[in-house]
Design a protein around this ligand. Structure first.
Ligand code: E4P
Length: 218
């Protein structure tokens, strides 16, 4: 499973990229607003840090403007994935971009039917939002299972399932069991994957016992 970080915070991206375990970055208009930075230079900076896909989202909702924005975004770097909403206009732009060889991330997916349309439009990634479904008392992970099952019936679909709106490590491990391709997670959720109290306890004991030996490896 690939790990993308869902943030526009440069310090977090640099820190997680330095682990060697980061495969890409996703942003959205809300995350850009939170960063307080200029959109295009910020995306350029992120693309310089991470060699994997970096999702940059269009702002328009109508086809004509969305297409023009997508044209600007796709030229930022080779690793840009243009992010479009799951609307008729968004999927029309998706089809054109993917036919032309540009990566496309289709966002705001909340149903298996929408995911089917995105695959037919040639999306590189489909982003089902598990956390936001959980928020309205629908089990977000059920949607991941449905999409993985449907896509596996059609070998000509090459769309990767990118689990989005991830809120906790369980969203990641359960999606991994289902065979989802990617999880995009807030930085704190990625960091939480390392944690286990028995790891901390065991390490503290090893450190203490090593001191007793009076030895040094270096
Ligand atoms: C996906 O690409 C979105 O940016 C993101 O996962 C949304 O998550 P949220 O529901 O926590 O805002």
């Amino acid at each position: 499973m690939k790990f993308f970080v869902d943030t526009a915070d440069i310090d977090d991206i640099k820190d997680l990229a330095s682990t060697g375990l980061l495969d890409g970055v996703t942003t959205n208009p809300s995350l850009i607003a939170k960063s307080g930075k200029e959109f295009i230079p910020l995306i350029e900076e992120i693309c310089d840090i991470v060699s994997g896909p970096v999702s940059a989202e269009v702002a328009a909702t109508d086809y004509e403007t969305m297409r023009k924005e997508a044209e600007v975004l796709r030229k930022i770097a080779d690793n840009i994935a243009v992010k479009v909403p799951l609307t008729p206009a968004g999927l029309k732009v998706c089809k054109e971009l993917s036919d032309g060889g540009t990566m496309v991330n289709v966002t705001l997916c909340f149903s298996a039917a929408q995911a089917l349309l995105a695959a037919k439009a040639g999306a590189t990634f489909i982003s089902p939002f598990v956390g936001r479904l959980d928020d309205i008392s629908q089990t977000g992970l059920d949607l991941i299972a449905e999409i993985v099952t449907i896509y596996s019936q059609y070998p000509n679909f090459h769309t990767e399932v990118l689990v989005a709106s991830v809120r906790n490590p369980l969203h990641i491990t359960e999606s991994a069991k289902m065979g989802a391709d990617v999880a995009t997670c807030p930085p704190n959720v990625i960091r939480a994957l390392y944690n286990h109290p028995l790891t901390d306890k065991g390490l503290a004991a090893f450190v203490e016992d090593w001191k007793k030996t009076g030895q040094s490896i270096l």
